[in-house]
Design a protein. Structure first.
Length: 154
């Protein structure tokens, strides 16, 4: 979701779509009470990402997220808000951090379907926080040492 919002896969109103998902999902879970199962939430997440962000969740990532959401919901029903507080702390730390997107190794998708007509986003994506630039290293003579850049492609 972070990647989809950062790169505006849902258009200029990607942030509003993310916020709407949170509100709609919360309302849906609260209205159905305890009768909702995690797989229903996973289907809802998958459909929403497909419809609003044109993104297919082929890695079944919606299932663990749905399980986590339902676990926290049931904790809150029993008066335990530690899961919500933990998520709020994580969200506060992540706000302002950019997310880098890399293609998973071993996914050489050189199909002969290169007409560009239907662009499926079916490559495996992994996320990692964007690297912070390192401070320059100055030697005793006042010169800046040139640092080797990592992950150069040849």
């Amino acid at each position: 979701m972070r990647i989809a919002v950062e790169h505006q896969w849902g258009g200029m109103d990607s942030e509003a779509k993310r916020d709407a998902l949170v509100t709609e999902l919360k309302d849906y879970i609260v209205q159905t009470r305890k009768t909702i199962e995690y797989d229903t939430v996973a289907d809802y997440l998958t459909d929403y990402m497909s419809e609003e962000f044109d993104t297919l969740l082929e890695d079944d990532s919606a299932e663990p997220i749905a399980k986590h959401i339902m676990r926290i919901y049931h904790e809150c029903l029993h008066g335990n808000y530690s899961g919500v507080e933990e998520m709020a702390a994580i969200a506060a730390r992540r706000s302002g951090q950019k997310t880098a997107v890399t293609e998973a190794p071993g996914n050489d998708d050189d199909d002969e379907d290169d007409d560009g007509e239907d662009m499926d986003m079916d490559m495996d994506m992994t996320t990692k926080p964007a690297k912070e630039p390192q401070a320059p290293i100055i030697d005793e003579d006042g010169f800046e040492l040139v640092q080797k850049k990592g992950n150069r492609r040849r």
